[in-house]
Design a protein around this ligand. Structure first.
Ligand SMILES: O=C(CO)COP(=O)(O)O
Length: 254
């Protein structure tokens, strides 16, 4: 089964109304392959979601960057999955390394969040990835398998999940994984899904790469057989995001 190329733009905690309007104008004017070839999702901070949703071209979709682990209520500062559904926000990013490491979200907490968001009808970009220390210790696969296992333990349907492999040492550092490094982990992750979930889920689940993706390096990554797209941080705030979306054309499934 073909896996449609997926390009996500994670704007993180950036932007003013003026800057958001400018990014949206650039995206709206961009010439990109059709929705049959690439799925594009941008993720502004919560406060800009309604603005982006109403002003963004209809072939691009929006994602929240997080949501609460269960039903909303007395959880000051949190935003619930129900609220996202109420606002017709289709996607949510869960388990980004910045939340795992800075806000101490555990594997189990991330697994619970993914399960709750899916149960509410959201589609999930679930993030995993090792630190530099873990890579240097040779435990990359053990770490990402453990993170994936905590998600797999809580869900039974992977249809609405995109798995984002984002090595922490490559995020915001300008130090992109080599195509071989990305392919190796994506291949192993797919094998893990095959052995621990099912061959069908392994074949159909998109595994996307994130960490210093730019217009300059996206094509060599996009041609890798197990790289099904990207989750882009810094470059998603710039016009070059359009070029990254276009790398869908070099992907083998295009
Ligand atoms: O964290 C990322 C996307 O979620 C990647 O960020 P950068 O593209 O800025 O390295």
């Amino acid at each position: 089964m073909g896996r449609k190329f997926f390009v996500g733009g994670n704007w993180k905690c950036n932007g003013t109304t003026e800057e958001v309007n400018k990014i949206v104008s650039t995206l709206n004017a961009g010439e990109v392959p059709s929705q049959d070839v690439v799925e594009v999702v941008v993720s502004p901070p919560f406060v800009f979601l309604p603005l982006v949703k109403t002003s963004l071209r209809p072939d691009f979709h929006v994602a929240a960057q997080n949501c609460w682990v269960k039903k909303g209520g007395a959880f000051t500062g949190e935003v619930s999955a129900e609220m996202l559904v109420n606002l017709s926000i289709p996607w949510v990013i869960i388990g980004h390394s910045e939340r795992r490491l800075i806000l101490k979200e555990s594997n189990e907490f991330v697994g619970d969040k993914v399960a709750y968001a899916l149960a509410q009808g959201l589609k999930v970009i679930a993030c995993i990835g090792e630190t530099l220390e873990q890579r240097e210790a040779g435990s990359t696969m053990a770490v990402v398998a453990e993170q994936t296992k905590a998600i797999a333990a809580k869900i039974s349907n992977w249809t609405d999940v995109v798995l984002a492999y984002e090595p922490v040492w490559a995020i915001g550092t300008g130090k992109v994984a080599t195509p071989a490094q990305a392919q190796e982990v994506h291949f192993e992750l797919r094998k893990w899904l095959q052995e621990n979930v099912s061959p069908e889920v392994a074949a159909s689940t998109r595994i996307i790469y994130g960490g210093s993706v730019t217009a300059a390096n996206c094509k060599e990554l996009a041609v890798q057989p197990d790289v099904d797209g990207f989750l882009v941080g810094g470059a998603s705030l710039k016009p070059e995001f359009i070029d990254i979306i276009k790398s869908a054309e070099v992907n083998k499934n295009a």
